[in-house]
Design a protein around this ligand. Structure first.
Ligand code: KIV
Length: 295
């Protein structure tokens, strides 16, 4: 083995992720939307980088995810894929990019692979998406399912509401999970469903379940980058545990910059470029301005 290949991180693949289920190894997914978030999340050990349509909320400032377009998704996917060296990158297909027929969906998802450089796509919806998932998988496009609280169904649900709280709804989720798996998805997100239901789906499923607001029994967990780091201003749902308060730190740092500028403490002469002492003399500058060499 050459030095280079020894140093190369082992890339996470779709078949590799499928094996993780059999091995009982947990999986960590984080959202990423650009080069810095991709690098930071990957360096922290994320196995999967989801270019979530949550970017509509945490990056674009919308109240929901519905406004994200296919072109925007492709643009963000390309930034994340360029920076990811090891993690699997998945495009979260935006609203209306897979709702108008399987041929449109294959074409739109195909763009995320071809132009966005991702290795898979995420599609919201359970049994009703089974035929579509199969068409994508048949087109060599790996699919991650997403059931429970599917944020693109916001207006159908009447808000961001926990799903599967009645026996009937819980059983429908079991059927959704089975349909997604049988259609050929390699994993599925379980969002905002009771822990007991997520546990049962995970136990019955042959593919990885990745939970968000679905309790501790899933095969993996996902959180939104800005939520984990305390970068999102809005109220945080119960299932988010912020592991940092970087929004506060950033405000403090930028406030210090402003204070130093206002008080004349930034930049110093050491942080400036200078003429050589000779040139400075010819230029007529004062001696004490010319005592540092040019960088
Ligand atoms: O858009 C997103 O970030 C998501 C995850 C939270 C699963 O769909």
């Amino acid at each position: 083995m050459s030095k280079i290949s020894k140093a190369m991180p082992q890339a996470i693949t779709v078949p590799g992720l499928r094996e993780r289920k059999a091995l009982g190894e947990r999986v960590v997914m984080l959202t990423a939307y650009d080069s810095p978030s991709a690098k930071i999340a990957e360096d922290a050990g994320a196995d999967v980088l989801l270019v979530g349509d949550s970017l509509g909320m945490v990056v674009q400032g919308h109240p929901d995810t519905l406004g994200v377009t296919l072109d925007q998704m492709v643009y963000h996917c390309a930034m994340v894929s360029r920076s990811a060296k090891r993690a699997l990158v998945v495009a979260d297909m935006p609203f209306m990019t897979y709702h108008t027929g399987w041929q449109d969906a294959v074409r739109n998802c195909g763009r995320c692979l071809q132009e966005g450089g991702v290795q898979g796509v995420k599609i919201e919806g359970g049994a009703k998406r089974a035929d579509l998932i199969k068409a994508l998988v048949d087109s060599e496009i790996p699919v991650m399912g997403h059931i429970g609280l599917t944020p693109q169904s916001l207006h159908t649900f009447g808000g961001f509401k926990v799903q599967g709280r009645t026996l009937e709804a819980a059983e429908a989720l079991l059927r959704d999970a089975k349909a997604v798996e049988e259609a050929g998805a390699f994993s599925m997100v379980l969002e905002c469903i009771p822990s007991e239901v997520a546990r049962e789906i995970t136990a019955r499923s042959g593919i990885l379940t990745i939970g968000i607001g679905a309790g501790p029994h899933c095969d993996g967990q996902v959180l939104v980058f800005h939520d984990v780091l305390g970068l999102y201003d809005g109220p945080l749902p119960r299932f988010v545990r912020p592991y940092g308060d970087f929004g506060k730190q950033m405000r403090e740092a930028l406030g210090n910059f402003k204070r130093d500028v206002m008080e004349g403490r930034f930049p110093t002469e050491e942080e400036a470029f200078h003429l050589s002492p000779d040139l400075a003399r010819q230029f007529g500058a004062k001696d004490d301005d010319a005592d540092s060499s040019a960088h």
